[in-house]
Design a protein around this ligand. Structure first.
Ligand SMILES: [Zn+2]
Length: 234
């Protein structure tokens, strides 16, 4: 797929920071083969740049990484959760389906990325609706409105995240699409890679259609982006 990137979103509140997906971790970027394994690096074509790691970017913004109290995970694939161990005190929010799939030992996951035993908050029940789709309210503070949006298929518990910030909605789709072009182009070549990487491809395609419909109907009422498309958030 050419070049790709991993977007992590940081929310700054009065007294704390909230991170959405955490990317590759600091130690992983220093010792990638030891931490991630040669095979994974070869398959994915990962390249490592310490200055782009979440904790380094937070420092560069002049913020204190110790203030990251919550991390919301779209899912638990290795390129999304390596950064968790850089914020060992943060509470980690993820769907219950995803955590169970991780614990179930599927080889796509790296068990050591949760070896620091973070405080976990699991979400199982669709207790809300967001622009007409099922949502799970994420409890991080009274200040922000945050929801996990089930978009299963890429993995068994993969979710997008909806965030209301400064009165505007942000819809982070995670890996529901790899490239924004997939919204319009149903036959985009990246679909082959997405198919291979999906645990349940039929479910992935349903989720992608859900994203297309949301963006088609409400795209002008929200900002949206995915994890990997380097043309987004340049
Ligand atoms: Zn993934």
């Amino acid at each position: 797929m050419g070049s790709a990137i991993g977007h992590c979103l940081l929310i700054e509140e009065d007294d704390k920071l909230v991170l959405i997906d955490s990317g590759i971790g600091l130690l992983e970027s220093k010792e990638p083969e030891k931490r991630l394994g040669k095979e994974l690096i070869e398959v994915t074509g990962f390249e490592f740049d310490e200055s782009l790691i979440a904790i380094r970017q937070i420092e560069k913004l002049g913020l204190n990484p110790e203030k990251v109290e919550h991390i919301i995970c779209s899912h638990l694939d290795p390129d999304h959760i390596g950064g968790l161990m850089d914020f060992p005190k943060a509470k980690v929010h993820v769907s219950k389906e995803e955590y169970e799939a991780f614990k179930g030992g599927d080889e796509r996951y790296l068990q050591q990325q949760l070896d620091h035993d973070p405080d976990l908050k699991l979400y199982e029940v669709n207790d809300a609706e967001w622009f007409g789709v099922a949502a799970r309210k994420v409890a991080v503070s009274s200040e922000s409105e945050l929801y996990l949006i089930p978009l299963f298929g890429h993995t068994l518990g993969h979710c997008g995240v909806a965030i209301k910030a400064n009165d505007e909605w942000i819809f982070y789709v995670g890996d529901a699409y790899y490239l924004r072009a997939e919204i319009e182009d149903k036959n985009h070549p990246v679909d082959q890679l997405a198919t291979i990487r999906a645990v349940d491809n039929e479910m992935r395609l349903e989720s992608l259609d859900k994203v297309r419909e949301l963006i088609h109907n409400f795209g002008n009422e929200m900002d949206y982006f995915g994890y990997h498309d380097p043309t987004e958030l340049k």
